[in-house]
Ligand binder design. Structure first.
Ligand code: LER
Ligand code: MN
Length: 283
């Protein structure tokens, strides 16, 4: 298990101008960095790779961002934009020597509306058809696509681990796994630890995020039971702390961040990583 930090902590999308974050996150105690890539054309692997190696943070996670216009169940244009973006992320991950791409690939974050059962079924069919060839490409590249259920206020599409397992069964590719996020599970699951155990064999990535997206351990997530469950299924992937910089309109809208979640990324990150490492080694 590696413990790490997502670059959304510091800004609204990682680009070449943020390379300094790699060393910064290392100094906070990160063992892996998750690069939140909104625009692939602003990330140059030949510039990033040496910085990752110098900081001993090789093999990053690539986190996809699904803002307006990226939607596998949306208009034809939105669907083709998303397919193109996912292919770009695979190419980028391959060049960055990353093994995992994560995020809510299926739809635009913030799209939450009523749909009839028939409409839902049609939407899932569209998502499955779009994901199959993308997963084939991921399989050929040896990259895992970890799909993240989001809470009901951020999507009406995939909210629970059960729904993610159903999607995985329909796509039927070893490259498609689940990206669990403790914040979303805290809202949607009966019990987050049981949901993790149910997903045994399917979990490709974990976001550690407090119930209020603030300081880990100062919140309502039952971290002991989360770690016991991960231990029970012998999870050996990465656990990345996710929270969001405030004062940024893009992030505020995407993740419903209306007030600052921490005083400084440094304090939030060092305390959070120390908390997670403690929990992991205690159990
Ligand atoms: C992304 O990882 C996530 O958890 C979303 O809630 C962001 O909008
Ligand atoms: Mn997340």
């Amino acid at each position: 298990m590696r413990f790490g930090l997502n670059t959304f902590l510091s800004n609204s999308g990682f680009t070449d101008t943020d390379i300094h974050l790699i060393q910064e996150f290392k100094s906070y105690g990160a063992e892996v960095i998750e690069l939140a890539v909104v625009d692939t054309s602003r990330v140059t692997p030949s510039k990033i790779l040496p910085a990752l190696k110098d900081s001993e943070l090789s093999s990053p996670i690539v986190c996809g961002a699904f803002g307006p216009g990226r939607d596998l169940r949306g208009s034809e244009e939105a669907r083709s934009n998303t397919v193109k973006y996912l292919h770009e992320l695979i190419e980028l991950a391959d060049q960055l020597e990353s093994n995992v791409i994560c995020g809510p690939f299926y739809s635009e974050t913030g799209r939450a509306n009523y749909h009839t059962t028939e409409e839902r079924e049609q939407q899932i069919d569209r998502i499955v058809s779009a994901l199959r060839p993308i997963c084939k490409r991921a399989e050929a590249t040896g990259i895992i696509l970890a799909v993240e259920p989001l809470n009901r206020f951020e999507t009406d599409c995939i909210n629970t681990i059960d729904q993610a397992i159903d999607l995985i069964n329909r796509v039927d590719s070893p490259a498609l796994k689940i990206h669990v996020d403790t914040f979303h599970m805290n809202i949607e699951e009966d019990d987050s630890a049981s949901a993790i155990i149910k997903a045994d064999g399917h979990i490709g990535h974990v976001h550690a995020s407090a119930s209020h997206r603030g300081l880990l351990g100062n919140d309502q997530v039952d971290w002991n039971s989360i770690f016991s469950a991960l231990r029970e299924i012998n999870y050996d992937g990465d656990i990345v702390i996710e929270s969001f910089a405030s004062g940024n309109e893009t992030i505020a809208k995407a993740a419903s961040i209306w007030r600052p979640l921490y005083d400084s990324p440094k304090h939030f990150a060092t305390e959070g990583l120390a908390f997670l490492k403690d929990k992991a080694y205690m159990l």
